[in-house]
Ligand binder design. Structure first.
Ligand SMILES: [Mn+2]
Length: 344
């Protein structure tokens, strides 16, 4: 057994024992829910339910700002009786009880809808487990049970491997949701976001009847329905040094972070190395979403703007500036040294 397999085994044991000794379990996907966060949450939900615990998924996002594919998934699981609670309900009923928190697809305080005081208490009580495929960040919560595994494409890949290697059986619906998470974060299983292992676990899900056509629909419906993304990509693209695309939203328009991420992602179908989508996400907040095919380290660039992410996908938020101003600063920051030296 290699180190990674041991980590996965230890994750399973930790989940089993911690769930067992808790009265209830609250699963916490990151804010601005995406397919990886919700897919992994659903699988964890089923695991906890099998131990006959009350289980919740805590989602505090504004429903209207979620993308259509995510809304479809939420509709499906609420119909099946999943308990989805908001932060007020969590705070009233679970924050002070023997409730286990399982964070998935993030380890960062700034990306979850729970106040810091409560998290600190949960850390002390050892009532928090973190599962993430992103690297440590500035606000990573220092809980005892951290499973931060950046060698995986997605939280869903981690969970999928855990389920298969510990022979947990699951339905074809769960397989489909897990596949959707892997599909999103591996950049549709291309070389940019996946490796042989990712394909192996995705293949296992297909063997278990994951509905890959449904996954495809969840994504396509999305992009074609979204006029804002289409408009950004077709009318607001600027090129830098031939290899970097920059989508600059209008100063008086608002976008969701998810839309910006998708727009940046959509640009990668062109012959470019990286893309940035810039737009207002609220009245006084501009966000940049960055994507790279691997030759440019967008994580480093976003760090200069106090953001985070990895070399393939990164983002940041900037207060009290306009998209047009932010794009000028970004242009200055785009220096050749962000190109990754292929020989190393
Ligand atoms: Mn993810």
């Amino acid at each position: 057994m290699n180190v990674e397999d041991i980590r996965i085994k230890s994750l399973k044991q930790t989940l089993d024992s911690k769930i067992k000794e808790s009265d209830s379990v609250t699963i916490v996907p990151h804010i601005r829910l995406d397919f990886d966060a919700i897919g992994s949450s659903i699988a964890l939900y089923i695991m906890a339910l099998r131990q006959r615990k009350r289980v919740n998924i805590l989602i505090n996002d504004n429903y209207n700002e979620l993308d259509c594919g995510i809304k479809t998934v939420l509709k499906e699981i609420t119909t099946k009786g999943f308990n989805i609670i908001n932060y007020n309900e969590y705070k009233d009923r679970y924050a002070n009880s023997n409730d286990l928190l399982i964070l998935t697809d993030t380890s960062q305080q700034t990306l979850i809808p729970i106040e810091e005081d409560i998290i600190k208490k949960k850390v002390l009580e050892e009532k928090i487990i973190e599962i993430d495929h992103h690297n440590y960040g500035n606000s990573t919560i220092d809980a005892k049970d951290k499973f931060i595994l950046p060698e995986y494409s997605s939280a869903c890949e981690i969970i999928t491997k855990m389920l298969f290697t510990s022979r947990v059986r699951f339905s074809k619906e769960i397989a489909t949701y897990l596949y959707a998470g892997i599909w999103l974060d591996s950049n549709r299983l291309t070389k940019r976001g996946s490796n042989n292992e990712t394909h192996k676990w995705a293949g296992k899900l297909v063997e278990n009847n994951a509905d890959i056509d449904k996954v495809n629909d969840l994504f396509i419906e999305d992009y074609n329905d979204n006029q804002k993304i289409q408009e950004l990509v077709s009318n607001h693209m600027k090129m830098f040094s031939y290899t970097i695309a920059c989508l600059i939203g209008e100063d008086d328009k608002k976008y969701s972070c998810e839309d910006l991420a998708k727009a940046a992602d959509a640009c990668l179908k062109y012959r470019i190395d990286a893309s940035f989508a810039i737009g207002n996400v609220s009245d006084s907040m501009v966000s940049i979403s960055a994507r790279s095919k691997g030759n440019i380290n967008v994580g480093e660039i976003m760090k200069e703007f106090d953001g985070g992410g990895n070399y393939l996908a990164a983002a940041t938020k900037i207060k009290d500036e306009k998209p047009s101003e932010v794009s000028k600063k970004l242009m200055k920051a785009l220096r050749p040294n962000y190109y990754i030296d292929k020989e190393n």
